[in-house]
Design a protein around this ligand. Structure first.
Ligand SMILES: Nc1ncnc2c1ncn2[C@@H]1O[C@H](COP(=O)(O)OP(=O)(O)O)[C@@H](O)[C@H]1O
Ligand SMILES: [Mg+2]
Length: 352
């Protein structure tokens, strides 16, 4: 079976995606899959499998951690890529962020009638846009931070009276984040009015739509979910950043950040987090895989932070690690995800 792995892309998470893809290429069960890589440069140019392999060889050699910066002129400008994609039986799109996990790439595969790993268009879009996600969670009755959505009206930051309203409603500390983000880029924890104004300026560099949220105080717990109609939760992991919150630095640069697997939680609390993770997965109508991030407060309440429909997928990333904890190896996980992709594709064809 020919498994196309699409990786890279324009998001700041390009290098993470490339690392995930290299692991999939290396580890996928060679008796089942011929893995064919498709790279997207940081400039948005699609690379055919041959070009992708030569650029990945540079990454393997330690010369770079990206597929290059060359600018693209859209997918239609690279007919060799389209031709090669036509030969694929199934796709694993491991591209994070905008134009990757936000439903756009998924829409391409829908139109191409290619089975693909992970959530469909709507769930991917809702998983990427935290304003849509929070509204879906609220509808499903999931408990989460109190929040407000703000849209850039050209003023770049709210007027003083709007700031006072936010302060009265959410208090300090609070979080400001771009609705469409990832890797904590553009996310700030604000303690004062001055912080809040700076936080808006930062978040507006990433998106015109922002969220302001009350800060939840608690332990940050993650659950991996695997499946389609009958999804299963994994054992849990705990994030212990050596910082105010799980920031970009804490995720990728600070060696003191601890990922504790399994999370040391009472059995009953762990079960409630797992139930929450399943409800969040269903609330967005996810498919295949998702990592659900929650907080457990001092009062032992569960609050959902977010659903990641294409979580990091290197062997040391939380998602595969949690399944390893459950006894499912990295290679077996890839095989299972492909099976789920094929199953979902076949099922979609049964509808009138
Ligand atoms: N309301 C909140 N209360 C407490 N911490 C938060 C809150 N929102 C975000 N955080 C912290 O910021 C991190 C990044 O926020 P998140 O919404 O997950 O953005 P991203 O999509 O970039 O990962 C979280 O992992 C958590 O540590
Ligand atoms: Mg997050």
């Amino acid at each position: 079976m020919r498994l196309a792995v699409v990786c890279g892309g324009r998001s700041p998470e390009h290098a993470v995606s490339v690392t995930s893809a290299r692991s999939i290429l290396r580890e996928a069960d060679a008796t089942r899959f011929e893995v064919v890589p498709f790279g997207i440069t940081r400039g948005g140019r699609w690379l055919d499998p041959g070009e992708t392999r030569s650029r990945l060889a540079l990454v393997d050699a330690g010369a770079t951690d990206t597929l290059g910066d060359d600018a693209g002129a859209g997918l239609l400008a690279t007919p060799a890529v389209l031709e090669a994609l036509r030969g694929a039986d199934v796709v694993f799109p491991i591209v994070h962020g905008r134009n990757g996990e936000d439903g756009t790439l998924q829409g391409l595969f829908e139109l191409a009638e290619l089975p693909y790993v992970g959530s469909g268009v709507a769930a991917s879009a809702a998983g990427m846009d935290q304003a849509l996600m929070r509204a879906s969670f609220a509808t499903a009755g999931l408990s989460q931070a109190r929040y407000r959505v703000l849209q850039d009206d050209g003023a770049r930051a709210p007027a003083p009276e709007a700031l006072r309203d936010l302060e009265a409603e959410l208090g300090y500390p609070c979080f400001v984040k771009p609705a469409n983000g990832g890797s904590s880029l553009g996310v700030s924890r604000a303690r004062t009015r001055e912080d809040l104004v700076a936080a808006f300026a930062l978040a507006l560099r990433y998106d015109r739509k922002l969220l302001v949220e009350e800060a939840i105080d608690g332990r940050e717990i993650e659950c991996a979910v695997l499946g389609n109609a009958d999804p299963q939760p994994s054992p849990l992991g705990e994030i212990r950043p050596h910082a105010d919150f799980y920031s970009y630095e804490a995720k990728y640069a600070d060696a003191r950040t601890e990922l504790v697997v399994p999370a040391p939680l009472p059995e009953d609390t762990a079960r409630r987090v797992q139930q929450y993770a399943l409800r969040a997965f269903r609330a967005l109508d996810c498919a295949g895989l998702a990592r659900v991030d929650c907080f457990v407060t001092a009062e032992d309440d569960v609050r959902v932070i977010e659903v990641n429909t294409l979580p990091g997928f290197t062997p040391i990333s939380m998602y595969p690690r949690l399944w390893q904890e459950a006894g499912l190896s990295y290679a077996a996980l890839i095989t299972r995800l492909v099976e789920l992709a094929l199953e979902r594709h076949a099922e979609a064809r049964t509808y009138a």
